[in-house]
Design a protein around this ligand. Structure first.
Ligand code: PLP
Length: 423
């Protein structure tokens, strides 16, 4: 019997959307609360056309830049913030924060297992010294492994930070490429509390990538000394062309600024290069854009789960970042999925992603990223290493409609493959 796979996909999609409707309502409520916070900060900081003018050269008296710092601080519940296009990526913002707080002889405790891939070499947590990394400057580091369920080991963390040399504790909110859940802000708040109680001299630094606006409060509001992230992820709202931010205690934001530029100049220099308008408009859009990305991930979870694949988070789980993993168990459906995401992208839709040996990775990596901004992962993107169990990491989606279209086309291709048809 000939099965109409298009009709079948539509039917699964209809049922999936019915299931996730209550979660959609939660996501919309958060977007409303967060939009209100952003509007309040714009109003109280008197945003006007003059903020968008920006500066060139040294960038002295860049009123728009300095006002945006205030807005980020207010929205994130932080004393201070530094939002700069001169941060080349999230890794740069996070590492600037670490260099800002650590001094030779100090030790860094990574509280959520091994940190994100790009941070490892910067810290030198593998015991290796590279010119200019933290270990090179005599800053030691170690990681407290996660518990078997992927949650932080609070007892071991409390014991670890009591060591007198420990000066800073790194907390990573999102899963990155690990197989563990993202941390809720509530969990991060508890960790900050445990760390500060065990040793009040330890500074807490949160890698906040992918977490911004997934909840209605951020770690800085719970006393994180610093948190940092990328503007081509959540807070850039899809419009920021580059950049990063740090937010937290005034003293440590200041010393991060000295690291980003130079001591004595810090935040006074750094022209906004015509980007102010996009940064403001992107931050204004960010709560909504994050809601679209969350809905896209949730729909992918429900669809792929219905097709029999393991997904994480599950459709019913609460979400604390915008990453959705799908475990395919087989290279073919994974490649089909990633190709369909590319095919449904607004840019480079005509190319077919192929696995390639990316520098720094042991296995070939396949990637779909048909984005307006190179490497932007608040835009719909999917990637993963070509090794068992064949896990794809899906994130972003500027509009739920475009995300849904990508996932529908992937679902249909996978159904065809399952039915043994010619694709
Ligand atoms: C994306 C990400 C970073 C930073 O990556 P960049 O590509 O340098 O912006 C750091 N940590 C985590 C957990 C991330 O997801």
């Amino acid at each position: 019997m000939q099965v109409d796979l298009h009709a079948k996909t539509e039917e699964i999609a209809f049922n999936a959307e019915e299931c996730i409707r209550p979660a959609f309502e939660r996501i919309e409520r958060n977007a409303l609360v967060n939009t209100n916070k952003v509007l309040k900060a714009f109003r109280e900081n008197r945003v006007s056309e003059s903020c968008f003018a920006g500066t060139t050269g040294y960038g002295y008296d860049d009123q728009g830049r300095d006002t945006l710092d205030r807005i980020y601080a207010d929205v994130f519940g932080a004393e201070d913030a530094l939002v700069r296009v001169q941060f080349v990526n999230g890794t740069h913002a996070i590492s600037s924060a670490l260099y800002g707080v650590l001094r030779p002889g100090d030790t860094l405790c990574c509280t959520t297992g091994l940190p994100y891939d790009t941070i490892r070499g910067i810290i030198g947590i593998d015991g290796k010294t590279h010119p200019g990394n933290l270990r090179f400057y005599g800053i030691d580091s170690f990681a407290v492994p996660l518990l078997s369920d992927g949650s932080p080991d609070e007892i071991s963390i409390a014991a670890a930070v009591k060591q007198p040399a420990v000066r800073a504790a790194l907390i990573q909110r999102s899963r990155g490429y690990d197989n563990r859940p993202a941390l809720s802000v509530e969990t991060i708040a508890r960790l900050i509390d445990i760390i500060h109680k065990a040793n009040p001299d330890v500074l807490t630094v949160v890698d906040n990538c992918y977490g911004e606006f997934t909840e209605t409060v951020e770690p800085a509001a719970y006393g994180a000394d610093l948190m940092a992230g990328s503007l081509i992820k959540n807070p850039g709202g899809g419009l920021a062309m580059a950049g990063g931010y740090v937010a937290g205690k005034k003293e440590w934001v200041e010393s991060t600024a000295y690291r980003l530029t130079v001591p004595g100049i810090g935040r006074e220099c750094g022209s906004s290069l015509g980007q102010n308008r996009s940064l403001y408009q992107g931050f204004f859009l960010a709560p909504h854009i994050v809601s679209q990305a969350l809905k896209t991930g949730l729909f992918a979870a429900a669809m792929m789960h219905a097709l029999g694949f393991r997904v994480d988070p599950l459709p019913e789980d609460e979400r604390h970042d915008i990453i959705q993993t799908v475990i395919f168990g087989n290279p073919e459906p994974m490649l089909k999925f990633i190709s369909c995401i590319q095919y449904s992208s607004p840019v480079d839709a005509f190319v077919t992603p192929e696995p390639w040996a990316m520098p720094g990775y042991d296995d070939a990596v396949v990637m779909a990223a048909g984005t307006f901004i190179q490497g932007s992962s608040i835009e719909l993107s999917a990637d993963g290493p070509m090794r068992a169990p064949y896990t794809a990491y899906l994130q972003g989606g500027l509009t739920y409609e475009s995300g849904k279209i990508g996932i529908l086309s992937a679902a249909e291709k996978i159904l065809e493959w399952k039915a043994g048809g010619i694709v």
